[in-house]
Every structure is written in C-alpha cells, then in structure tokens.
Ligand binder design. Sequence first.
Ligand code: NDP
Length: 434
Amino acid sequence: KSRDPEQPEFHQAAEEVLESLSLVLEKHPEYKEEGVIERIIEPERQIVFRVPWVDDEGNTRVNRGYRVQFNSALGPYKGGLRFHPSVNLGIIKFLGFEQIFKNSLTGRPIGGGKGGSDFNPKGKSDGEIMRFCQSFMSELYRHIGANTDVPAGDIGVGGREIGYLFGQYKKLANAFEAGVLTGKGLDWGGSLVRTEATGYGLVYLVQEMMQDYGQDIEGKDVVISGSGNVAIYATEKVQELGGNVIALSDSSGFVHDPRGMDLDLVKEIKEVREGRIKEYLEEYPEAEYNEESFDIWKLDCDVALPCATQNELDGKSAQALVDNNVIAVGEGANMPSTPEAIEVFLNNDILYAPGKAANAGGVATSALEMTQNGMYDSWSFDKVDKELKGIMTNIYENISETAKEYDKEGNFVVGANIAGFIKVADAMLDQGVI
Ligand code: NDP
C-alpha cells in the first residue's frame, strides 16, 4: 500500500487473496521463506505508453495504454485488454493479479497479465476505433508474442477490435502469428465457443455448485447484470437449462421482465444496433425500466449473476438478495462483489462462486484457441464446448475439495484462492528467485 497508495482496486483484490493465504502459510512455511508472497504481489513488468490517434474531425487525441505482465510461472502472460474511460494502472493491476489465479485454476499452461486503455469506444466511428487500435498495437507489439504474452478482449474489446489489433501486429511483425492474440475471427485462427465461453462457463460452474447442494437452475428466477458479452451468453445458457432470466442491465439502467427476457431482442439491441437496454421496452412496453443500474439486486430472485463490472454489488445489495432468499451467486464479472457483500454471502451460507473460478471459462477457451493455433487445427463447436464444460467441472471440484481440505467447506473464496495460488507458488519455487 505504501508503494502504490492510489490503487484501491488492486489492494482490495490482493487483500482478499492474502487473507485466504494465511491458512496456507501455516502449512507451507517455505512459501514465506522464499519470498513467494512478496514476489507474487509485484508484477514482473508494467508497461505504460502513449496512444496518439487522429479522430474523424482531424484532431489529434492522446490516450494512455497499459500492459501489466504479472506472473509467468505457469506459461506466457495471458489476459484481456479493457478499453473503458475508467481504466488506470490500479484497475489493470487488480485484473492482472486476479488473472494469475484464474489462469492457474483452468489447469492450462498460462501465466497472468492484463492491459487496456482509458479510451472510450462509445460513440466512436469504425475508422476511429481502427486508428486507435493500430496506434495501441504499434507500441504493444514489441512486448507480446505467442510464447511471451497473449492478450485477448475484455470490456470494450470484442471481435472487431481484436481484428484491427491483429492486422496491425501482423503488419509490424511481418508474420501471421495466430497464437499472439485470442478471440480472433473464425476464418483466421479463432475458436468456436470463444464468444460464448465466459457466460456458458459461468452457468456450467453455477449449475455444478447448485447440484452439489441438491439444487438446480431449472425453474429458478435468475437476475443477470450487464448486457454485454458475458451477460448475453450467460442468459442463453440459463434459458437452455430451463432457468428464467428476469432482468438484464447496462450502465444506464435495468429492465425487469418477470415472464423472462427475450434474448433474441437483447442480442439485436446490443450486438446489431449497439443500442441501450432501455430499447427493450419499445417491443415490450409492459416490462419495467429502472435507471438505477445497481438496484437490479433488489429484485426477488433465486440466482444472481453479476456480469457487468467491479464493485457493482455492495453489502446492502447482498443483504437485499439474502432477504429475498437468494440461493446462489456466481460472478461473471471480475470482482463485482465488494468485500462487505462477500461477507454477507458467506455469513448467510449462500452458494457463492467468486469470479476467478466462475468466469474462468473465457480464458480457458482462449487457451484452447492457442492449442488449436499451435496444431494448425480447428475443432468443432461440440468438442470445444465439451472441453469447456469439463474444465468448469474440474474447477468446481478443485475449489470445493480445497475448501474442505482447509476446514472451510462451502467457502469457495478460500478454495479458489488457495487452489489457484499453490500451483503458481510451487512453480515459482521450482524456478528460483527471479
Ligand atoms: P462488455 O463490454 O461486452 O459488456 C459490459 C457490460 O457491463 C455492458 O452491459 C456495460 O454497460 C456494463 N457495464 C460496464 N461498466 C459498467 C458500469 N461501470 N456500470 C454499470 N454497467 C457497466 O464486457 P464483457 O461482457 O466482456 O465483460 C463484463 C465483465 O466480465 C467484466 O468485469 C470483465 O472483466 C469480465 N470478464 C469478461 C470475460 C470475457 O471473456 N469477455 C472473461 C472473464 C471476465 P454499458 O454498455 O452501458 O457500458
């Protein structure tokens, strides 16, 4: 904290992990002796750079770009790029730190990293987005590579942006190096299921957790925040499993449709028109709209899936969910619940799946994309989906068993933090103090 006082999100993420680790250090003093904790909370490398670009009016604009290469003990740095005006070094560090443990939980050979920019893609033309992405990659390209660092998408970075980024990388590197980015188009090295993976994976894990405790998503009312990539495909899988998604949101507000959200319409609004969730009411005027996005947690539901952004669900919201008898909470977003909210869930025996386990399906499928790129192969939708489901089941079993091993049955926060940490820590011990 004294080294980087102005990074509250990073401190929050690190404190949560370190608290769980106090249990491990009693059993494994060697981690302490060889400075694993001090080393793991310090990124291996942090790159901050200027991103100049020219807007449609001919004005020169300047944004700041980041790539935090946090830990490469298990493999090349891997993690998404976020383009959002709120981005700063502390936010990228929190995301990169979480990514270390998440990637470890996938069981795939990937280290942790994250990047992005304070660029706001909202309201920008295709040309502006392309010029921004080209400028961003003009610096980033020298720091990444299939065996070094493999970025992907996150908030504000989808297929279109990955395309522009890849085009510029290919030009500068003079090589078609498919494994340097994931989330690519299906015709040029992308993997089937990558688009759906985080949302589907979340629901696979939540279903696994619920079934373990004699529950099922079928027939349950589900509230999902956000209406971006993760929220849309979580909705699709919940509906497939017979659950009823009664609300979705964006940063302007939420829509509540107790009969069940019409997903085709949501996709049309968000993926085709790039519109606002409020437009849902043009077709369904009887649905309710509320301008307080985060009041979505006051709705009566059985399952809550926060899929928008960090700290969107605070202690009061968690209490409202508990008062409405919520059974399970699964995090599609990264760190959406505040520490107070997590405490409320754990104190009330809610089945609570933290993001670093529950939303790992995206990066796991990115790792499958890297495997396919390495083999010059592309797998069928069913094959990738089956792999994804298998990985999410393994993650659930791993975090659940680890929690039991440390006498914290049902505490998946402790389970995920410890299980993710041990693999990385052991690799760091093997590789010496570097
Ligand atoms: P998108 O950009 O596709 O969608 C984000 C959604 O969240 C939008 O509906 C957006 O609304 C809403 N949102 C963003 N910021 C805020 C805010 N400050 N207040 C209220 N609503 C907000 O991003 P993704 O769906 O890809 O990512 C969502 C979350 O999931 C993030 O935390 C991300 O890190 C995490 N995640 C994503 C993965 C992936 O594969 N995509 C993998 C693992 C985690 P609006 O349009 O109004 O901004």
